[in-house]
Write a protein that binds this ligand. Structure first.
Ligand SMILES: Cc1cc2nc3c(=O)[nH]c(=O)nc-3n(C[C@H](O)[C@H](O)[C@H](O)COP(=O)(O)OP(=O)(O)OC[C@H]3O[C@@H](n4cnc5c(N)ncnc54)[C@H](O)[C@@H]3O)c2cc1C
Ligand code: FES
Ligand code: FES
Length: 495
């Protein structure tokens, strides 16, 4: 099987680094997870399986890639990452860390500060801390909490684990991995052949095109293939729904498909950009987007998940879509050489149905920046602060003329079968006075007409309706600058 138009023969074996060697694998089932390969083929059983859905972090490993000659250590959940996604990378598991009897500094700190009891979570926690060890900055309580948000420990309690991290992560990253970094960069760069990869045959394959031209051609021939971004959704189709995916096209090797263009008026995020890489740029548009992204899954989910996947999945409870819709965002779609662009809200047609033709893929997202007379807020409401799906997600952009609202864009997730604008509330807010809360009342009341949410395990319909209306009030209170405390931080500051 080949990519007919690329002109170059594709590579037919997966190539990556493992245990200091280059490994080449020709035959594997496209749906194989990295965790299954590690534990079942390699007997590398230090990496544990807990939830098998990206939630508990017991399976965390470090996936190392060379980026402009520097090694990037990404903590990822091996349970939902597919084996094919390690192409061109180095896999480091907990077994790699010690040197003979000498433990790695993060392992030794976990021992010294009693960071482990039953030990089931420990390999995953050690690997998350190991990735942070190589992040290049001294650990702070906040950075450790953020790094561990995707690691569940049921017995030790987090204080000794956080203490272990604080005692050893000094930003210097001095260990055997730093000592042989140049050698490992060279080995990884040797793997980067920029050729299309395809393992399998016409009926069953794992493919990783190296260019958008190859993607377009392959997807035209196989419109039934599953496109794969970071696998933070697709991985669960395999581990929870036991789907046997026969044709997978992974988008993670396409040149330029993870690009970010930071223009004066907007960001253009190519679909393969990871959530992690997008975070600082979204935060620069508005701090609420930074907070939102910090609460998007966990470090592991953000390191793998892509902005394109989070829109293409059509989830009515996704966090990014309402935020981008309120900003006035657009989605760019491509099918071979044809491209089109549409307002993001128009992409979501109905539950599970997006405006995407056969063989068409999401190529980029546009996030407009805020003009000086625009105010923005975004709030996520979920049962847990970290690693939780929204019960209600809300985002608001007001265009102001002094203290008067000229127009509003309001979008919610969790309130309908798709991410959706609050058309009635938007209309009712036009002309409202920021200094006159009575003028906000009709917009708040309109939310009940705009949405008839469902009751599910995350929230009741009544709760969702009330919260959605209250979040609008909160946005208006904050934007009006009335001084009423609206956030926990604000409440503490007022005490
Ligand atoms: C533990 C955990 C926590 C999570 N927390 C959150 C959260 O807080 N907020 C939230 O919104 N989501 C959350 N998610 C959901 C998920 O991580 C996100 O939706 C994520 O952004 C999906 O991106 P991905 O690249 O991993 O998509 P994938 O799993 O690779 O793909 C998802 C879907 O999109 C399709 N697809 C991917 N890329 C493209 C493309 N370029 N063009 C067309 N189709 C494409 C795939 O075929 C598939 O149908 C969480 C998931 C997990 C496992
Ligand atoms: S086993 Fe729980 S996150 Fe992978
Ligand atoms: S030590 Fe038992 S789960 Fe963490």
């Amino acid at each position: 099987m080949s990519f007919r138009e690329s002109g170059r023969e594709p590579r037919t074996e997966l190539t990556f680094r493992f245990r200091g060697q280059t490994r080449r694998i020709q035959g594997f089932s496209p749906s194989t997870t990295l965790l299954d390969w590690l534990r079942e083929s390699e007997r590398a059983t230090g990496t544990k399986e807990g939830c098998a859905e990206g939630d508990c972090g017991a399976c965390t490993i470090a996936l190392v890639r060379s980026r402009s000659g520097k090694l990037d250590y990404a903590p990822v959940n091996a349970c939902i990452l597919l084996l094919g996604q390690v192409d061109g990378a180095e896999i480091l598991t907990v077994e790699d860390l010690a040197e003979g009897e000498r433990l790695h500094p993060v392992q030794q700190a976990m021992v010294d500060l009693h960071g482990s009891q039953c030990g089931f979570c420990t390999p995953g926690i050690v690997m998350s801390l190991f990735a942070l060890y190589h992040d290049g900055a001294p650990a702070t309580r906040d950075s450790v909490n953020e790094a561990l948000a995707g690691n569940l420990c049921r017995c030790t309690g987090y204080r000794p684990i956080v203490d272990a991290a604080l005692s050893t992560i000094d930003g210097l990253g001095l260990d055997k991995f730093q000592a042989n970094a140049a050698e490992r960069v060279a080995a990884l760069e040797e793997l980067d052949d920029r050729r299309d990869l395809i393992v399998g045959d016409e009926a069953r394959f794992f493919a990783a095109p190296a260019s958008e031209a190859s993607l377009g051609e392959l997807y035209l021939r196989h419109p039934d293939a599953v496109l794969l971004g970071g696998a933070t959704d697709v991985g669960l189709w395999i581990t929870k729904r036991f789907m046997d995916l026969k044709k997978i096209i992974w988008l993670g090797r396409i040149a330029g498909f993870d690009a970010l263009e930071d223009r004066a008026s907007h960001l253009r995020m190519s679909a393969g950009l990871t959530l992690e890489a997008a975070t600082p740029f979204l935060a620069a548009i508005h701090p609420d987007l930074g907070i939102l992204m910090q609460r998007f899954g966990s470090a592991q989910v953000r390191a793998s998940g892509t902005v394109g996947g989070s829109i293409a999945n059509g989830s009515p409870i996704g966090d990014l879509a309402p935020a981008l819709i309120a900003l006035g965002g657009r989605v760019e779609l491509a099918k071979a050489s044809e491209t089109r662009s549409l307002a993001l809200e128009d992409f979501f047609v109905a539950y599970g149905k997006q405006d995407r033709k056969p063989s068409e893929y999401v190529s980029a997202l546009i996030a407009p920046k805020l003009a000086p007379n625009e105010a923005f807020r975004a709030f996520k409401v979920s049962k847990r602060f970290d690693e939780d799906i929204s019960a209600v997600m809300s985002a608001f952009k007001l265009t102001l003329d002094g203290r008067r609202v000229v127009s509003a864009r309001i979008a919610y997730g969790g309130m309908a079968a798709t991410p959706k604008r609050a058309a009635g509330a938007e209309a009712a807010l036009a002309g409202a006075d920021l200094d006159d809360p009575a003028s906000w009342a009709s917009a708040k009341a309109a939310i009940a007409e705009d949405f008839q949410p469902l009751t599910d395990m995350r929230a009741s319909a009544a709760y969702r309706s009330e919260v959605a209306a209250n979040l609008l009030t909160r946005a208006l209170l904050e934007i009006s600058g009335g001084g009423a405390p609206t956030r926990l931080g604000g409440l503490r500051a007022a005490e």
